[in-house]
Design a protein around this ligand. Sequence first.
Ligand code: SAM
Ligand code: SF4
Length: 321
Amino acid sequence: MLIDSFDRVVDYLRVSVTERCNFRCNYCMPEKPFSWVPKENLLTFEELFEFIKVAIDEGVNKIRITGGEPLLREGIDQFIKMIYDYKPSIDLAMTTNAFLLKGTARKLKDAGLKRINVSIDTLNPKVAEEIAGKNVLKNVLAGVDEALKVGLKVKVNMVPMKSVNVEEIIDILEYSKQRGISIRFIEYMENTHAKAEIKGLKSPELLELLRKKYNFSDDGFDGSSPSHYYTMDDGYKFGIIEPYEDDFCKQCNRIRLTAEGNLIPCLYFDEALSIAQSIRSDDIKGVKDILKEVIKTKPEKNRWGTDDGESSTRAFYETGG
Ligand code: SAM
Ligand code: SF4
């Protein structure tokens, strides 16, 4: 079992399989210029899988594939099958922008994927184009329909932003509710890659807005999920991810692996250790030692909002969010 210095059990690994993306969401990526990590620096699926086996053997029981956009990486369904075959009971999930999901949802489900989280920040095609830099909404919504049809569990992620999509918060909640999908609102996290003008909506402002239309109770945190949950009178639950709040990190159970092989103990911290060399030289003991070292260095709290207004330089599209 992996236990950090603050007695938190770490059993959740997020694996970013690529930093590349077919969207340019203005809260996540700059429009240009871009210098992607050279392809030869990326770990192959076989190399990523070598690490995943070690992590599973040490107690990881939940894996989320993310990116960039994970569906851009060819053979992603075979990668999922490798993990599923190694441990079929693993909670295997993916975070995707859903643009390519319509044609792939069935393959992903058959390979062993259980759940997907999809980013839906708007239901207005023009606003979607403003956010993502291209006309994406039709494909995204078709992807969600397909995922539901093949039996994948779906969650929606929305990042509420002032003067962009605040008016749509209720619409997106209703869209999700009608489809039996749960929704999580993610507080916008400032970072140097995002468009400078973006202003996110903090949790109290969001709750005030929702209270105008709904009654709901505060359920607090549920297990190790980073979401603060609320239940509406009709039983529908929604979540808010509030990294600026004091209690956000208390139940943190996750580490992150980037496509280059950097193992990151906390989303905000720039510290990371690379497993690439050990993996490439088949040094499994070395890989285990690095994993344990990263768990040991996991900080008690993230630093969002504590650096006197300075933004993080770590890119969401690199870490996978
Ligand atoms: N491309 C996939 C997607 O968009 O779902 C997966 C990668 S994306 C980096 C993972 C999550 O990070 C998404 O839910 C996205 O909304 C979130 N995200 C990206 N930039 C963010 C920011 N500045 N603040 C809060 N959430 C952010
Ligand atoms: Fe791509 Fe996801 Fe970032 Fe949007 S949020 S640019 S879809 S990685």
